[in-house]
Design a protein around this ligand. Structure first.
Ligand code: ADP
Length: 663
């Protein structure tokens, strides 16, 4: 007996430890000051959801999960125990602890006994704490799963939460809540509605409305539902929360409440915002650049108008041969400059999505013949042959923008000539699939020029791309031509590609498919063509008023109009127009510059239209700004037509024809 006693006594610590480890109750030993723990059994982790190690380091953690209404009594007792005021037989306390597994609070019974040494000196306190209500007795498997879940919930920054079917009771809330919301969980268990007060006032109403719908089952039982809202944490800063929730059911599929995961997505939202702002800034910068380019090219076109118009007039006159050559040079240089400026303008408009396309009937073969014919002189100058091969089955009229088709073709032929020193350039127009409503065709522009290195082929259609570097270049250009060409083809729903062999030549190929003109449209066009033909031969005997402040433009317009047999008067600004108001009804036509120094042409026109005698005089706007918005403004002011500068013989003839047809 004695031997057994000794053995037991020798292993007492070991036996106690084994018991404590197996027990669902918590055994603990505290120091004589009722302050630090000497020992705490593992059941503590299960009941408190806090690790034993953490408690040994910070004994205050013990209070962390206790229902607030029980805290004053426990604190009071602790003060008494610290002072040694405890009966020898110990004391039994009752309090409630947050169930870390989520069923609200559990009622605990704690028996505390003072421990004395042989000399009746108080050396510490021992206690047993056990659950007396609200505890589930989980099976081993469930227990393990629960344990893992708890570890998981503790480690995750996201908040796991469970509420009952009314959303009014907080059944479970993981520790992540304290990190993100910076508030104690206890607060929310005791007052579940306080969650709404943590939400940013601007989001509060929307979140509560959605929660109500959720509770009413509006989102259905199978639906996962995501909400984003802002919360304000105690230090006043704002955090973005993504809360994903779904209805939950018990084993027999009864709806029992809601579960969810709330994540702090502040960083992601800020990043998204920054990205969005950066994108907007880039778009604004791009728009400013495009507007600037468009504006600069408009401004360049005005003096160019004067240069080209003047040289055109001189060419039409009988002048000494030695001057003729100089004028040809001026004209050619002016035309080249105009082509460059037009490229920049087109490019800027393409970038801004503002390039205008018309839909008119035209003869495809005609456009090809004329374009190639117009470029023959360029090819001849370099001693090249330029040939056109067309399939005549494409005879007939199609609908589309003839000028844009011409622009594509001109760009490709210009390049072919530019990059070929000897040999020939062939333009092939072949019919593709033909259906009842559409004509598809393939165009190949083939040269025997310098070719393009293979590694450059894929970039050749990018803007500002050129094979030679800027320092080694023999050929002029801005590297915009092919970028514009590609864009034009793609806006017309076609495609373009290139193949090339270095030193041998290149081959650009594009396809387009344009609607065929109906018979009715064909008759109208034929009639109009016949009318135009007959008018072109006639001279116009009209009285024309020109309102224009630029002296050069005045002279050009006067000369061209006089060549067409018109009599012309000029006024310089709005004030002069107003002075002559009573005499204006005698004119057959008024050309009105829109950018006058004192009043805009739109404003002057609007005033003229108020006079009953001037309501039917044709007024034609002249503008370097041929944007659609300007046209709309011109028509709104009462103008009849808009012509774009630079103004030459063709533009003026077309207006005069229109006026005479109009009469
Ligand atoms: P650029 O106005 O500089 O000619 P493009 O966009 O029209 O601009 O052409 C870009 C570059 O593609 C040219 O600078 C040239 O290097 C190359 N390229 C275009 N067409 C040809 C061609 N037919 N043969 C050889 N190289 C060409």
């Amino acid at each position: 007996m004695m031997a057994l006693d000794n053995a037991l006594h020798g292993n007492f610590i070991q036996i106690f430890h084994t018991l404590a480890k197996k027990s669902q109750d918590v055994f603990w030993i505290k120091d004589a000051h009722f302050d630090g723990y000497h020992y705490i059994s593992p059941a503590f982790e299960h009941l408190w959801g806090v690790s034993c190690k953490a408690l040994l380091q910070d004994p205050q953690l013990w209070y962390g999960c206790i229902k607030s209404e029980d805290l004053p009594l426990l604190r009071e007792k602790a003060i008494l125990f610290r002072a040694g005021a405890i009966p020898d037989e110990g004391e039994t306390l009752h309090y409630q602890v947050l169930n870390p597994m989520g069923s609200g609070f559990q009622l605990m019974e704690e028996t505390i006994s003072p421990v004395f040494d042989e000399n009746r000196q108080l050396i510490g306190y021992a206690g047993v704490t056990k659950v007396i209500s609200g505890s589930e007795k989980p099976g081993v498997e469930l227990n393990q799963a629960t344990h893992f879940f708890r570890l998981f919930a503790q480690k995750m920054r996201a908040v796991f939460w469970v509420r009952d079917e009314t959303c009014g009771e907080q059944i479970y809330l993981s520790p992540g809540y304290e990190k993100i919301w910076q508030r104690s969980r206890r607060h929310l268990y005791e007052n579940p509605d306080s969650w709404i007060s943590t939400i940013h006032p601007e989001d509060r109403e929307a979140v509560s409305a959605k929660t109500r719908l959720h509770v009413l089952g509006e989102h259905g039982l199978d639906v996962q539902y995501e909400d984003r809202y802002r919360i304000i944490v105690p230090d006043g800063s704002v955090r973005w929360i993504k809360d994903t929730s779904f209805p939950i059911q018990d084993e027999v599929e009864n709806f029992i409440g809601f579960a969810g995961i709330a994540e702090d997505i502040t960083k992601e939202v800020e990043y998204e915002k920054e990205l969005h702002a950066a994108k907007e800034r880039a778009e604004i910068a791009n728009r400013i650049k495009s507007d600037f380019l468009a504006m600069v090219s408009h401004e360049l076109r005005t003096p160019l108008n004067a240069i080209l118009g003047m040289s055109q007039i001189l060419q039409a006159r009988q002048i000494a041969p030695e001057f003729r050559e100089s004028i040809d040079v001026i004209r050619e240089a002016g035309s080249n400059l105009l082509a460059l400026v037009s490229d920049i303008l087109d490019f800027a408009r393409l970038e801004a999505g503002k390039l205008h396309f018309v839909n008119e009937s035209f003869n495809l073969l005609d456009v090809f013949q004329r374009t190639v014919a117009a470029m023959q002189y360029l090819a001849k100058e370099k001693g090249l042959t330029l040939n056109l091969f067309m399939e005549l089955s494409l005879e007939g009229r199609v609908m589309g923008d003839a000028n844009r088709v011409r622009q594509v073709l001109t760009n490709l032929i210009t390049n072919a000539i530019k990059f070929t020193d000897k040999g020939e350039i062939g333009v092939y127009l072949k019919a593709g699939a033909l259906c009842e409503e559409k004509a598809s065709f393939d165009v190949v522009v083939k040269d025997t020029g310098i070719g393009i290195p293979e590694d450059k082929l894929e970039f050749i259609f990018d803007k500002f791309s050129q094979v030679d570097s800027i320092y080694q270049r023999k050929h002029g250009g801005m590297g915009l031509g092919l970028a514009i060409t590609k864009e034009l083809v793609s806006v017309m729903h076609g495609s373009i590609d290139v193949s090339s062999e270095l030193g041998k030549g290149s081959q650009f190929h594009f396809t387009l498919s344009l609607p065929l003109q109906t018979e009715k449209e064909q008759q109208d066009t034929a009639w109009r063509d016949a009318m135009l033909q007959s008018m072109m031969r006639s001279q116009f005997n009209l009285r024309v008023l020109l309102v224009e402040d630029n002296r050069l433009n005045q002279r050009i317009a006067r000369m061209i109009l006089e060549d067409f047999g018109c009599r012309i008067d000029i006024l310089n600004n709005g004030e002069e127009v107003m002075e002559k108001l009573n005499e204006l009804s005698s004119y057959d036509l008024i050309f009105m510059d829109v950018g006058l120094p004192d009043m805009s042409g739109f404003e002057i026109t609007a005033r003229l239209r108020k006079e009953s005698s001037l309501q039917s005089v044709p007024i034609v706007a002249m503008t370097a700004h041929v944007l659609e918005s300007d046209q709309a403004q011109a028509f709104a002011a009462g103008m009849d037509r808009v012509v774009a500068k630079p103004i030459g013989y063709d533009e003026i003839r077309s207006v005069l024809e229109w006026v005479t047809g109009h009469d």
